[in-house]
Design a protein around this ligand. Structure first.
Ligand code: PA5
Length: 448
């Protein structure tokens, strides 16, 4: 089981700068209500907690088919429809494309200087396109998809639809309508699953299964974590405790930045997944914490100076791995490099663990609150635990703030203005707004 150590967020670890047990206890009544809301699924978006119980047969069959028929899988999606798949692949199949087939590409932008090389690298004739958009109409995903449809039609004519799998809402949306019209194969994203909470749905599971990842192991890990986090009392529930700590550190101690530091290259994309989850879920009505995706040991040589001597506005979450699955002795058999002889008889695992511990203690000495998530190893089972854990922490933190952790109203304006620029019908006023903004910028004297 992954475990939480929060000693260094409490006053005994941090003196006046930490929290007191009474601070945690002051949230007990609110956590009791939140717990009831979760158990009763008061908000339908809590459906992400039911995903670990899903049947994966259809996903596995589709993955078998892709493996049998394709040399490449091209996944198109953005935000919650891409960051989860990326996190799983990097954690569980690092360097996958160098060693395995079908090669998997995840494209989550509309930068022509990336999509063009991808299209030259893959053999489109042997490619399955998995287009993922829950809403079915996200402009970035659909723009890339339109380009791919055109290219597939040129190669396969009327049969192009056989190369496409659409992962989307089971009933609504443009992509669902297209799937019905053209006959694409489809996988459903349950209507109540929000993008950034969808990693354990077909969004993350299809490409994982294609890559040979044990998707039932992921789900089993998530189920076990759910059970571990089923107590109402935060002192017995690591997710509720983490949510309480983050909320209180921000509210009472002005820790407005949440730094996440896995000591594992394979969890770099996981940090990015966490950052989207934390930012988009909590940044509402003036609340939230800015997440920062970090990496140990690398960022000790890039960010640590700032954490220790910069603004005292951060809480650091370490992810420590107990067993890396590999170890490498730092062997200097001839004992030639005298200056580094203290490394003799040590291994890379020992060094990375020493650096994590040393950094943690350095933060403690500087009075920077930090917590540590201990992960026994990075495999499907524990990754499933990590996903479910951080999803639950995020949702509960949002409820402590009294905001809706499942919507993202503020991103709409940028989308609407884009529609105005691109000439979408019904968004003419937004287009006019952009024109007047351009005029204002053109005339501005603040340019050098
Ligand atoms: O968390 C969210 O809801 C968003 O980040 C979405 O995942 C993102 O906007 C993509 O949406 P969609 O899957 O509808 O294309």
């Amino acid at each position: 089981m992954i475990t939480l150590d929060f000693t260094n967020a409490m006053s005994n670890g941090q003196g006046e700068r930490g929290l007191a047990p009474d601070d945690i206890d002051s949230l007990k009544d609110r956590l009791k209500d939140i717990h009831t809301d979760i158990i009763q699924r008061k908000m339908s978006e809590f459906y992400f907690l039911d995903l670990p119980h899903q049947n994966t047969e259809q996903i596995s069959l589709m993955a078998d088919n892709i493996r049998a028929t394709s040399g490449y899988l091209l996944l198109l999606g953005i935000g919650g429809s891409a960051l989860g798949p990326k996190a799983i692949l990097q954690a569980l199949k690092p360097f996958y494309n160098l060693k395995h087939s079908p090669k998997i590409f995840i494209y989550d932008n509309v930068d022509p200087s990336t999509l063009t090389p991808i299209l030259t690298l893959i053999d489109l004739k042997r490619t399955t396109v998995n287009v993922i958009t829950k809403s079915g109409s996200t402009v970035e995903t659909m723009a890339s998809f339109i380009i791919l449809i055109h290219a597939l039609k040129e190669l396969h004519g009327e049969q192009f639809y056989k190369r496409i799998i659409a992962t989307t809402d089971p009933e609504k949306g443009t992509l669902r309508e297209m799937a019905a019209k053209f006959g694409f194969r489809t996988l459903p994203v349950h209507p109540d699953v929000v993008g950034r909470y969808s990693v354990l749905s077909p969004v993350g599971l299809l490409c994982s299964s294609v890559a040979g990842i044990n998707i039932n192991g992921l789900l089993k890990g998530a189920r076990d974590m759910l059970r571990r986090c089923s107590e109402e009392n935060p002192w017995e529930n690591p997710a509720y405790m983490t949510a309480s700590l983050m909320y209180l550190l921000q509210q009472k101690k002005n820790k407005n930045i949440s730094v996440i530091v896995p000591y594992a290259d394979r969890l770099k994309a996981f940090s990015e997944w966490y950052c989207q989850l934390w930012a988009e879920s909590l940044g509402k009505n003036g609340t939230g914490q800015t997440p920062y995706p970090s990496m140990g040991t690398t960022d000790q040589h890039s960010q640590l100076q700032l954490w220790i001597e910069g603004p005292r506005d951060k809480v650091v979450t370490f992810i420590k791995v107990d067993d890396y699955g590999y170890d490498v002795p730092i062997l200097d058999s001839e004992n030639e490099i005298k200056a580094m002889s203290y490394l003799k008889n040590h291994t890379l695992q020992q060094l990375i663990k020493a650096e994590q511990e040393a950094t943690e203690l350095a933060l403690v000495k500087a009075g920077i609150p930090n917590i540590r998530i201990n992960v026994p190893m990075i495999d499907a089972y524990y990754l499933g635990q990590l996903f479910l854990f951080f999803e639950l922490v995020t949702a509960v933190t949002g409820m402590l703030y009294g905001i809706n952790p499942f919507d993202q109203p503020a991103v709409e304006e940028g989308k609407n203005l884009t529609y105005g620029i691109m000439g979408r019908k019904g968004y003419e006023n937004k287009g006019l707004e952009v024109m007047s903004y351009r005029e204002r910028i053109q005339k501005s004297k603040y340019k050098i």
